[in-house]
Ligand binder design. Sequence first.
Ligand code: PLP
Length: 390
Amino acid sequence: MIYLDNAATTRVRPEVYDAMKPYFCENFGNPSSVYQFAGESLQAVDRAREQIAALLGAEAREIYFTAGGSESDNWALKAVAETCAKKGKHIITSKIEHHAILHTCEWLEKQGCEVTYLDVDENGLVSPEAVEAAIRPDTILISIMTANNEIGTVEPISEIGAIAHRHGILFHTDAVQAVGHIPLDVRAMNIDLLSASGHKFHGPKGVGILYCRRGVKLTPLIHGGAQERNRRAGTHNVPGIVGMGKAAELAGEHLEEWGQCQASLRDHLIERVLAEIPYVRLNGDPQKRLPGNANFCFRYVEGESLLIMLDQRGICGSSGSACTSGSLDPSHVLLAIGLPHEIAHGSLRLTLSEDTTREEIDYVVDELKKIIERLRSMSPLYEDFLRKNA
Ligand SMILES: *Cc1c(COP(=O)(O)O)cnc(C)c1O
């Protein structure tokens, strides 16, 4: 099997799994209990909080554990809408955000908020000038993702954060695709709130964090016990939290090395595909992109058929995001960068990890060439196109 869908989820690293293991059958205590046996669980949670804070340039007490990226996104937006209701009801975001942001914004609109969904350019970049132009006296929050999960574009979030702060507006970023993959520093980048998820960088599924800068008011999304400084109720997912902490520590140690090796393989993949397959387009910014992301549109090819044929050869890829597959609508991200429906339908996202090898990439390109040729040979549209251009 060749796994090139690391934007959907990643393999738990063996070191992460080893770190988690004692917290199932041995140190199973509830970190909120008072006896010494449970103290080990509490220490483990605090250690993980420090490991994650260190990766982000944050303080440990600014990190709140959640059940994943979607919860963190919901929490950030809903809490700011609540705490800033007196100041205003206007939120600025982009058209290419993850559904955890877009659907939360749609829900908030039903509660009376107003949301501006900014356009992006043909590479998926949000313009800081457009953000500034959208600001109104009643704007309470700007939420722009750090890096896009489909096309890999890395947004100018430091600049956007600086604009937000100049206008006294809170800045949230969905950094689920970025944390553990590219360097981040919440202070230097003017970030007030940040969402991250364990399973996108070799931690376990079902655990995430919301970073909330000290001094920013955060009301609970989940009500109940006093966990997480009274802000997020629920018994801690101790093994999950330990795993996410270990994954953060490993990512911090290897960020540059893993990033460079992925970026060079990604460039090799992109170069070969663009050189060897006709009528193909690279989606996303050629430079400002995640080290492990490649996203293409092949004309006269249906994305779903392409995925099935890759799967038959043991290759796991994606047509966009895991959340949109199963629906026949083309990706909202590809439409937002200006692609017509028929081209957006022929998309393929291949996302690498630090374990990906050059041999795997070469095998995938060789197979891809054959599959695209096969699929096109069965397409009446492609025949028409060839005839017209003969
Ligand atoms: C995966 C993802 C999420 C959701 O995270 P979960 O932990 O799966 O809930 C949110 N935003 C982006 C950009 C993602 O890639």
